[in-house]
Design a protein around this ligand. Structure first.
Ligand SMILES: [Zn+2]
Length: 53
């Protein structure tokens, strides 16, 4: 098993490995953490991610 960092919102494992530096990550929000692709797209659309945490 090669589980990645869990999504900060839905806890689903992402493809980002835990030792990946934040500047190399996709779907990463500073102050929030790693998100999965699905959550990131929703947040990128409504810009209200801080209300979800
Ligand atoms: Zn998610």
């Amino acid at each position: 098993m090669n589980q990645g960092e869990p999504c900060a919102l839905c806890q689903q494992a992402t493809e980002i490995e835990k030792n990946t530096p934040s500047y190399m990550r996709e779907h990463y929000i500073d102050g929030a953490g790693q998100l999965c692709e699905h959550c990131y797209e929703e947040i990128a659309q409504n810009k209200e991610w801080h209300n979800l945490l």
